[in-house]
Design a protein around this ligand. Structure first.
Ligand code: NAD
Length: 251
C-alpha cells in the first residue's frame, strides 16, 4: 500500500475573456500549477454553463461584460476574481455591491510590485503634503481601450484621499491657456503606443526637488500569476469584496 499523501484536487477555473491577451496569459500561467482551466469563455459563449463547471471564476474581459459575469457568478454562488477595468467610479460601486454577495477579489492591478506602489504612493502623499504637486503619467500598448488605466485610477484615488480632494481636482492632460497650476489639482496623462504592457509614474514636485515613484511591467505574466494567486485565496474567504492588498496581506 502506498503511503504517499494524496495531492488535493486541482482548483477548477472558469475563465472569461479567454481569447484576449490576458486570457491567454492566464491560461499559460495555469500550466504547471494546481489549477485547471475547465471553461475558456468569451463573447458569444454560454457563460452560465461554463461558470457552473468551475470552482471559481476569473474575469478579464470587457467592462461591458462585468454586470452579466457578476450576475451569473452570484446566481451560481461561485467565488469570483475580476481584473477587468474601464468602469466609472459610480458604475464600479454599484457592481461591487452585487459582487460582494460572493467572495470576490476585484483589483485594477494584480502585480505585487504595483500593489507596493499603491502603499508607497499613500505614504509619499501623506509625508510630502500639498506643497508637492502630484502628477501621474501612465503608458500602455496601442490596443488598450480605456484611459486612464485602472491602476492609474487607483493611484489617483489614493492621492485624492490623502489630499482630501475630490475627483473634481483631476486635470486630464492640459491644453491651451490653462493658467498657473494650483496645489488643488492632480494632473493625469495617459500615453498610448506600441506594445507597452503597463508603466505608471507618480511624481511629487516641489520647488527644488522632485520625487518619482515608477513601476514598469514588461510581461503580462505578472498579472496572470497574481490573478491565479487571488483565485486560490478567494475560494477560502467568506463572501465580501476584497482587493489584491488583502490577498497579499498588505492591509
Ligand atoms: P483583450 O481585448 O485582448 O481581451 C478581452 C477579451 O474579452 C476578448 O477576447 C473579447 O472578445 C472578450 N469579451 C468581450 N466582451 C465579452 C463578453 N461579453 N463576454 C465574454 N468575453 C468578452 O483585452 P486584454 O488586454 O486581455 O484585457 C482585458 C481586460 O483586463 C481589460 O479591461 C484590461 O484593462 C484588463 N487588465 C487588467 C489587468 C489587471 O491586473 N487587473 C491587467 C491587464 C489587463
Amino acid at each position: 500500500m502506498s503511503t504517499k499523501a494524496k495531492s488535493p484536487a486541482p482548483l477548477r477555473i472558469a475563465l472569461v475573456g479567454a481569447r484576449g491577451r490576458m486570457g491567454a496569459a492566464i491560461a499559460a500561467a495555469a500550466k504547471d500549477t494546481n489549477l485547471t482551466i475547465v471553461a475558456l469563455l468569451d463573447a458569444g459563449d454560454d457563460l452560465a454553463a461554463g461558470i457552473a463547471a468551475g470552482d471559481a471564476v476569473i474575469d478579464f474581459s470587457a467592462h461591458s461584460a462585468t454586470a452579466e459575469v457578476i450576475r451569473l457568478t452570484v446566481a451560481a454562488k461561485k467565488p469570483l476574481v475580476i481584473g477587468t477595468t474601464g468602469h466609472s467610479a459610480t458604475e464600479k460601486a454599484k457592481l461591487a455591491k452585487f459582487a460582494a454577495k460572493v467572495p470576490c477579489v476585484w483589483a485594477g492591478n494584480f502585480s505585487v510590485g504595483v500593489n507596493l506602489l499603491f502603499a508607497l504612493t499613500r505614504r509619499a502623499a501623506a509625508v510630502l503634503g500639498s506643497d508637492y504637486d502630484a502628477e501621474l503619467v501612465e503608458m500602455h500598448h496601442r490596443f488598450k481601450k480605456d484611459a486612464p488605466s485602472g491602476t492609474a485610477a487607483r493611484l489617483l484615488e489614493i492621492i485624492l484621499e490623502e489630499r482630501k480632494l475630490t475627483a473634481a481636482a483631476l486635470r486630464h492632460g492640459r491644453s491651451g491657456i490653462t493658467g498657473e497650476r494650483t496645489p488643488a489639482e492632480v494632473g493625469v496623462h495617459a500615453l498610448r503606443g506600441g506594445d507597452v504592457v503597463g508603466d505608471h509614474t507618480v511624481i511629487f514636485a516641489a520647488l527644488g526637488e522632485r520625487l518619482e515613484l515608477s513601476h514598469k511591467a514588461s510581461d503580462r505574466a505578472i498579472f496572470a500569476r497574481g490573478a491565479l494567486r487571488a483565485a486560490r485565496w478567494v475560494v477560502k474567504q467568506k463572501r465580501g469584496l476584497y482587493d489584491m492588498q488583502d490577498v497579499l496581506g498588505l492591509t
